[in-house]
Design a protein around this ligand. Sequence first.
Ligand SMILES: Cc1cc2ncn([C@H]3O[C@H](COP(=O)(O)O)[C@@H](O)[C@H]3O)c2cc1C
Ligand SMILES: O=C(O)c1cccnc1
Length: 346
Amino acid sequence: MITFHIEKPDEKLVPELEDKINNLAKPKGSLGRLEEIALQIGLIQQTLSPVLSNPVNVIYAADHGIADEGVSQSPKEITHQVVYNFLNDGAGVCFLARQHGFNIKIIDAGVDHEFSPNPKLTNKKIRANGTRNFLHEAAMTTEEMELALQYGADVVTDCYKEGCNVISFGEMGIGNTSASSMWMTCLTRIPLIDCVGAGSGLNTEGIKHKYNVLKEALDNYKGDGSTSDIMRHFGGYEMVMAVGGMLRAAELKMVILIDGFIMTNCVLAASRLHPEVLPYCIFGHCGDETGHKRVLNFLKAKPLLDLGLRLGEGSGAVCAYPIVQSAVRMINEMHSFQQESITKYF
Ligand SMILES: Cc1cc2ncn([C@H]3O[C@H](COP(=O)(O)O)[C@@H](O)[C@H]3O)c2cc1C
Ligand SMILES: O=C(O)c1cccnc1
């Protein structure tokens, strides 16, 4: 069984970091969240001069048995079709990744499609046609979940070895807002009704049907209620891989950028297993999917952007990256009061 050894960033450096930030030639606190992020990244990297290198957006993709119940506006085959669009550099997150200098890594965690070998696609299929339908049975076995955690983590280790120290996570998998709603309600105790939304575009009628299906699945659930059992019973392979990826990234002291509703529920699960993951996370945005704001609040997360995004793929994390870069520039490039002989008045 895979284990993670995550250390909370050592806080001994806080006074020195605060000193440096407060000595930059500006009214104290006037760069607001940029100051908070600079402090956070300084702590993660244990330095007064943090550096961001080789950002990567990892996209885990997989299909979901629950999609057979009509819980998504989109048919299942969209999953593999969008994976081709990632490979062709044409998907939503691709232009953002180009704009902000991210490499994209695409991982087939269990897409119901046979891809021919492609250097841009890593085959980590856990099961050929995706998860089982959690309305009737557990989505995956314990062995499959373990393997998914391991594979998800391995991908991040590879990124780290290639010099990446800032990583965002994205996903593709028709039906995965349903799986995410189940993780959310089970792990937060927020009522299911507040965790279920339109996903990729359901209307009111569709959301009602989705809720009814998920309610029945919740009523049918007879597991032990532990985090790993919830993950196994309702999860997607791509979601479990993302949990493994996040935990490994924290273990390696990388900066973790969190995307939308699905990835926020993955970090919720990850933080249940290892709460120390949270100080490594920067939350990119609060999106429009019902429940996203609530789960962010539950985690006491302060997302950077509020653009009404509801795409996934890592888009909201990559979109927020320039703000993270600005925070790092601030602490490295701004002159201090002393350097410029400006009277420090506080
Ligand atoms: C063309 C297209 C591209 C996408 N890219 C991400 N998603 C998003 O929608 C899916 C979740 O919504 P649901 O639970 O309703 O199926 C995920 O694959 C998510 O990444 C997309 C959805 C579509 C249709
Ligand atoms: O916020 C997300 O991650 C999201 C929301 C709706 C559909 N797909 C993804």
